[in-house]
Write a protein that binds this ligand. Structure first.
Ligand SMILES: [Zn+2]
Length: 367
């Protein structure tokens, strides 16, 4: 008989086993469905082992993903004024075992703005206090991580590290940038990889210079397989991809998502388009193409001001359950549970308006 069923049944006190056997087997169905049809035999009279059931219950890990977190401009001013961007969703953060987001702005006091870009972001180091204790890891694989150059990029990683937050999808060199965020909880080894494919590619790390991980297909497949080979039970790529403002994923996103799942990913999560893009399952594994904005200001449409939190429950077998929770940006660009009555654009006069032409991967005005 498989160990899962056997060890759990042993936890039940001997005197209750016979009368409650049916209930006991039913209660195990969440973890051990393949053995339901088997009839436990004499093993049920073995000695109680109180630890086993507890181990199985804790073998479920709850992950929380949020989309783009931009902590300069409006959100930066709100934080400086005492607001906590994550207070409204404290329950979701509190209930998750692992909290992950995409950090869309460097956090630094140093560095120099990229003169080639229309939108450049840099958040004050003071915002670290708001991230600390909320996030376990933040992807820095995006089209703003390099806005203030290598100095600010490295300062960001250092500040996050001091705050106990793992930066992934970027590093001091190419090899480091492709290392997953690996975390073990309840004997589950989870690997989350971060990639960007929205220009400028100049932000990509090199053999001996810092930067982000680029989503070259062959590299992504190699990294997923390497994470599996290193013993990861769950592998999730967190992508920065897609066309800004598009409500549906592109053919490119669909193709790459399938490639990643074929290579061994358990789920694919994305952001960057500033809107949500729907989801689908492929081979039974969820693809949530874009979570949209989570903390970001300067957007004009309802679609841009609504983002998703993604709750993923995983076990050794993969994703067991997932759901999205909507968040609506307020005038400061902070997420709220209910749609604010005041238009965000009216309260952010200093932020440039959205470009009239939808941005494309070739357009320099991308946010
Ligand atoms: Zn982006």
């Amino acid at each position: 008989m498989p160990a899962l069923s056997f060890s759990s049944l042993r936890y039940r006190p001997r005197s209750r086993i016979s009368g409650f056997l049916g209930i006991a087997v039913l209660s195990l169905s969440f973890f051990a469905q393949p053995v339901l049809a088997e009839t436990p035999k004499e093993e049920v009279v073995a000695e109680p082992m109180a630890v086993n059931l507890a181990e199985q219950v804790s073998a479920v890990v709850r992950l929380l993903f949020v989309g783009d977190v931009m902590l300069a401009d409006g959100p930066g001013r709100a934080i400086a004024g005492g607001r906590d961007p994550f207070a409204e969703f404290a329950d979701e953060f509190g209930q998750a075992d692992i909290r992950i987001g995409n950090l869309e702005s460097p956090i630094a006091s140093g560095g120099k703005a990229d003169a080639e870009k229309l939108y450049v972001f840099r958040a004050s180091p003071a915002v670290i206090d708001r991230l600390s204790g909320r996030f376990d890891a933040l992807s820095i694989a995006n089209n703003h991580a390099g806005d203030y150059g290598h100095e600010a990029f490295l300062e960001t990683a250092t500040l996050l590290d001091i705050a106990g937050i793992k930066a992934f999808g970027g590093g001091r060199n190419l090899a480091e940038a492709h290392q997953p965020f690996i975390i073990e909880r309840s004997k589950l080894k989870i690997a989350v990889l971060g990639y960007n494919e929205y220009k400028p590619r100049a932000f990509e790390a090199g053999p001996d210079w810092p930067g982000i991980a680029w989503s070259e297909d062959s590299h992504v497949v190699r990294d997923i397989r390497a994470a599996r080979a290193a013993g990861a039970d769950i592998v999730i790529p967190f992508m920065h991809w897609g066309w800004e403002g598009e409500r549906s994923p592109s053919a490119r996103q669909r193709q790459l998502a399938r490639l990643m799942i074929d290579a061994g990913a358990d789920a694919v999560v994305g952001s960057h388009p500033h809107v949500t893009q729907g989801s689908e399952t492929y081979k039974g594994k969820p693809i949530v193409y874009s979570l949209g904005n989570f903390v970001f200001d300067g957007f004009d449409t309802d679609a841009e001001r609504e983002g998703w939190l993604l709750r993923l429950t995983v076990s050794k077998e993969g994703v067991r359950h997932w759901e999205t929770v909507s968040a609506y940006l307020d005038a400061d660009g902070l997420p709220r549970r209910a749609k604010p009555a005041v238009p965000a654009a009216a309260a952010s006069p200093t932020v440039p308006a959205t470009p009239a032409t939808p941005a494309t991967p070739e357009a320099p005005a991308a946010r």
